[in-house]
Design a protein around this ligand. Structure first.
Ligand code: G3P
Length: 217
């Protein structure tokens, strides 16, 4: 499973990239607004830190302006991935952009039918939002299972990029299902490391080693 981080905060991206576990970055207009940064500048900075796919979402909702915005975003870096909403105009742009060699992440996916359309439009990634479905009492992880099952029946190249992740269980369950990618808020990614028995066990190892009075270097 590939791990992307879902943020536009440079400090978080730098520290997580240093872990060697980061395969890409996703942003969206809300995350860009939260960062307070100029969009094109922060995308360039992120692309310089992380060599994997970096999602930069168009702001327009009509095909013509989506294409115009993508024309501005693509030259920022070779790993820029154009993010478009799962709408008729968004999928029309997806098809045109992927036919032209761009990577495209189709976002705001909430149903298997939508995910089928995204694959037919040649999307590089489709982003089903599990957390937002859970938030309103639907089973977000069932959507992931349905999409993975559908995609396995056809030679689609679209990767399932699990988004709107709220906690480690979303990550584990998505991995069990076989989703290709999970994009995680920085706190969720960091929480994957945590287990009280690891902390306790390491503390005991350190204490017992100290008793030996030895040093390795
Ligand atoms: O960036 C796409 C997705 O991960 C957003 O998730 O937390 O706003 O539901 P969230």
């Amino acid at each position: 499973m590939k791990f992307f981080v879902d943020t536009a905060e440079i400090a978080d991206i730098k520290s997580l990239a240093a872990s060697g576990l980061l395969d890409g970055v996703t942003t969206n207009p809300s995350l860009i607004a939260k960062s307070g940064r100029q969009f094109k500048e922060v995308i360039k900075e992120i692309c310089d830190i992380v060599p994997g796919p970096v999602s930069a979402e168009v702001a327009s909702t009509d095909f013509e302006n989506m294409m115009a915005e993508a024309k501005v975003l693509r030259p920022i870096a070779k790993n820029v991935t154009i993010k478009v909403p799962l709408t008729p105009d968004g999928l029309r742009a997806c098809r045109a952009l992927t036919d032209d060699g761009a990577m495209v992440n189709v976002t705001l996916c909430f149903s298997p039918a939508q995910a089928l359309l995204a694959a037919k439009a040649g999307a590089t990634f489709v982003s089903p939002f599990v957390g937002r479905l859970d938030d309103i009492g639907y089973d977000g992880m069932k959507l992931i299972a349905d999409i993975v099952q559908i995609y396995k029946n056809y030679p689609f190249k679209t990767e399932v990029l699990v988004a709107s992740v709220r906690h480690p269980i979303h990550v584990v369950e998505a991995a069990k299902i076989g989703a290709h990618v999970a994009t995680l808020p920085p706190p969720v990614l960091r929480s994957l490391f945590n287990h009280p028995l690891t902390e306790k066990g390491l503390a005991n190892f350190v204490a017992d080693w100290k008793k030996t009075g030895q040093s390795i270097i």
